[in-house]
Design a protein around this ligand. Sequence first.
Ligand SMILES: Cc1cc2nc3c(=O)[nH]c(=O)nc-3n(C[C@H](O)[C@H](O)[C@H](O)COP(=O)(O)O)c2cc1C
Length: 198
Amino acid sequence: MIPIAVLYATREGHTRRVAEYIAATLRVRDWPAGVVDVRSVKEPFVLGRYAAVVLAASVHRGQHEREMIAFVRRHLEELDRMPAAFLSVSLSERGVEDPAASPEARAKAELDVRAVLEAFFDKTGWRPKHVKPVAGALLYTRYGMLKRLVMKHIVRAEGGPTDTSRDYEFTDWEALDRFVDELVAELSAPEARSAQAS
Ligand SMILES: Cc1cc2nc3c(=O)[nH]c(=O)nc-3n(C[C@H](O)[C@H](O)[C@H](O)COP(=O)(O)O)c2cc1C
């Protein structure tokens, strides 16, 4: 079976975990999958070797990782021709999914998620068919002092957790299972199978 590529860009490592989880879940469903850090990609990197590609990037200061933006720009033509999905890992999505948040706070978080995605689409020229915002993590114990303070300040303003002696993970792993199920169903459809064979 032709493998699926899961490429990621991360700053603090959580998006690598998301990418590894997606690949492991694909393998459990009998699809071979490889995980690649876009920073380590050696060009020419041929996406056409893969049945599909999942790209995952985290958000920092209102932008997706610049190495993912550069990768998508370089591979735009291939991405437009093949089954491809984009996962956007952020804390804003945590605000969207937070059951304790007010409807106003959730609506604002949703606007933030959308705005950052739209900026990514504009910068890259890529409009993937499948886009999945993913709630990321707050890794207080791994940040340097300044970053920890800044994040605590931002998170407090948004009503999030501020105990900096521990980390918080907000990712809905079961939602990622469902995302993988949808991808596998699409790739297993007869039309997709004949496209892979040709
Ligand atoms: C310095 C810093 C800036 C961040 N800026 C944003 C932001 O603008 N919007 C957002 O939704 N999340 C923001 N986040 C949250 C990250 O997207 C979240 O922690 C994510 O899980 C990081 O993924 P990574 O570990 O793969 O880099 C920020 C986090 C840090 C540490």
